[in-house]
Ligand binder design. Structure first.
Ligand code: GLA
Length: 417
């Protein structure tokens, strides 16, 4: 994200200071940029500001809505939202994302309508307004809203959860309400499930809320417990975004969700996390071939997440890397949510020096591959892979070096002078 035309000093000298954030994280400059952009869009100052990061799914593919554990990493890129109250009951939403059309609608929950086409991005903040009311919290009566950030959209880094979480933090600030961090993650998930219409689990929003620099976030999706897990010393992350997305990706995600639920029903359990590998062996004759494959993936992936947490506690990066590769193979063969592009990348990465493991990250059916590397992995190797990918598959492969960053945070507008 650029710093925009105003510096922190200029804004402070006009009696409007941006909130105090740790300078070491570089956030003040970003906060300044958001304030500057908000002014350009609305010709006024924001009353509330918040930041929420994107995430890498480290391991635990489609385990979250099956009640299992999952491990994610909040990254050092994210989304900023700025909001100001309006007295006329209207919601005016604007995004700096290319192709996003500004939206103006009544802000009262009961009248909120799902947006389509170039306005569809607004479903994330509007879904949060809707979720606030469903959770007995007050939605803002009217507001001006701007979202910006440095998280590439549709790259498998969960920009949608970052928008939801940052929006929720701003709306809570604006209405002077508080909620727990678990509730905050649930607000984002509820927006996604009930307004956007994707039956996702809590991974993306949970990691965005509970992220911590240098750590991953371990989530028990049944008990809704979130714990930081220290990353093994010296590991780094590379994400390769294929910019491919299956045309039916949301439908395919929902279909996998349904197949898992049906498998659980036939096995007589609430969720697949309640099935042990031995019980699945005994009872899998009750399942169709497809349900069997989906259940085998989920049950074995849960065991891999547990093994990964153990490896991380022991600082064992090599074992963690091997588990990532096994996870990818299971997604590819049993859950069938990989693609030729993602498989190509995982195969090539496996052979490169310094790569400890690689796998598809997120929902699948396109999107991104993450690689866990040690410090011997060279940027040149990543550049060669980009060239080879373009030559073999004819597409643009984006390569991003990412670090584990902090979680979502409101930025106190009370810091204004
Ligand atoms: C998407 C969803 C998550 C999770 C992953 C797959 O990122 O939003 O809830 O289900 O896919 O693990």
């Amino acid at each position: 994200m650029g710093i925009g035309t105003h510096t922190l000093m200029q804004i402070q000298s006009r009696g409007k200071s941006v909130p105090s954030l740790p300078a070491s994280r570089g956030w003040p400059a970003e906060a300044v940029a958001v304030v500057a952009r908000f002014r350009v869009a609305f010709r006024r100052e924001p009353d509330a500001l918040a930041y929420a990061p994107g995430r890498i799914e480290l391991i635990g593919n489609h385990t979250d809505y099956n009640g299992g554990p999952v491990i994610g990493v909040a990254i050092d890129r994210g989304t900023w939202v700025a909001v100001a109250a309006r007295e006329d009951g209207r919601a005016c939403l604007s995004s700096t994302q290319t192709g996003a059309v500004a939206v103006e609608v009544p802000a009262i929950g009961a009248k909120l309508r799902r947006q389509t086409g170039g306005r569809a991005w607004a479903n994330y903040p509007l879904g949060v307004v809707d979720a606030l009311e469903a959770f007995d919290l007050r939605g803002p009566p009217g507001f001006d809203y701007l979202v910006t950030g440095d998280l590439p959209l549709g790259s498998g880094l969960s920009s949608s959860a970052a928008i939801e979480v940052a929006s929720a933090l701003c709306f809570l600030q604006l209405t002077r309400q508080r909620c727990s961090r678990v509730r905050l993650a649930q607000l984002g998930q509820r927006a996604e499930n009930h307004f956007v219409g994707v039956p996702c689990g809590i991974l993306d929003q949970g990691v965005s809320v509970f992220g911590r620099a240098g750590h991953a976030v371990w989530i028990d999706c049944t008990r809704l417990k979130f714990q930081p897990l220290r990353l093994p010393a010296g590991v780094q992350f590379r994400v390769f975004n294929t910019h491919t997305r299956h045309a039916l990706v949301d439908g395919l995600y929902a279909q996998r969700h349904r197949e898992c639920r049906q498998a659980a029903e036939r096995l007589g359990v609430r969720v697949l996390a309640d099935v042990t590998p031995a019980a699945l062996d005994r009872h899998e004759h009750r399942l169709t071939a497809v349900q069997r494959a989906r259940a085998r993936h989920v049950v074995s992936e849960i065991a891999r997440v547990q093994a990964a947490a153990k490896a991380m506690r022991a600082g064992d990066a090599r074992s963690l890397g091997r588990l990532l590769l096994q996870s990818h193979a299971s997604s590819r063969d049993l859950f069938e949510n990989s693609t030729a592009e993602l498989d190509f990348l995982v195969e090539k990465l496996t052979a490169l020096p310094g790569v400890l493991g690689a796998r598809l990250t997120g929902g699948g059916f396109g999107g991104a591959v993450m690689a866990l590397t040690d410090s011997s992995f060279s940027p040149d190797a990543a550049a060669r892979l980009q060239r080879e990918y373009a030559a073999r598959l004819g597409g643009r492969l984006e390569s991003m070096a990412l670090a584990a960053g902090g979680g979502a945070t409101p930025v106190n507008p009370g810091a204004k002078a």
